[in-house]
Ligand binder design. Sequence first.
Ligand code: GLP
Length: 241
Amino acid sequence: MRLHVVEDYKEMSAKAANIVSSQIILKPNSVLGLATGSTPLGMYENLVEMHKRGSVDFSEVITFNLDEYLNLPLEHPQSYHHYMYNNFFDHINIASENINIPPANKENLEEVCLKYDRRIRKAGGIDLQVLGIGVNGHIGFNEPDHKLKTGTHVVDLAKETIEANSRFFATKKGVPRQAISMGMSSIMRAQKILLLASGEQKAQAIKKTISGKITTEVPASLLQLHTDVTIVVDEAAAKAI
Ligand code: GLP
């Protein structure tokens, strides 16, 4: 694992955007795995700026998002569809057919999950997977458990996750209880992984990710088994290392 501790959120975002844009410059048809949440917002902002300046071209890039809430209309301001278009896709020259987000509002979710994994495989797998991290060490919506799922699956959100994500919703009751998430296998099979974290509330999760025992109870700790992980954290998130 390569660890970069930077001063603050602004530096983390700039560094993350540089890593993603370098990937695209080296391989214009890169397959990116993308994350949502408050952490990568600054990275997307920087990438949009870079695109406007003409320094990064997304025309051949293919993206797969990690997760989506269940039972939330796509146009809901907190859906990850809305987040991705609003903060990123609407501002870059990505082809709409190259955008993949788990379609959580479909009938046959089992088939939807299998289809999503097939699409990732057909695209050749993920070149660079961007990850945030939950306070409980979740990645995507792979929540701590005694066993983890390999493929894309429907997940019951952990209490801590509902609590943490309630800040985005008017009431805690309004937070979806379920989501669809890419499984550990697509994430671990990515060629490269970029994990981002900012703020003291992530300090314990980062410590466990980097030097804790490898356990499904801290899904991010499995990243210790991957051969090409870059972690960019700000000083607050690095506090417990
Ligand atoms: C969310 C998402 C994750 C994200 C994490 C941290 O629930 N499913 O993909 O990385 O929790 O979110 P934030 O960046 O807002 O702290």
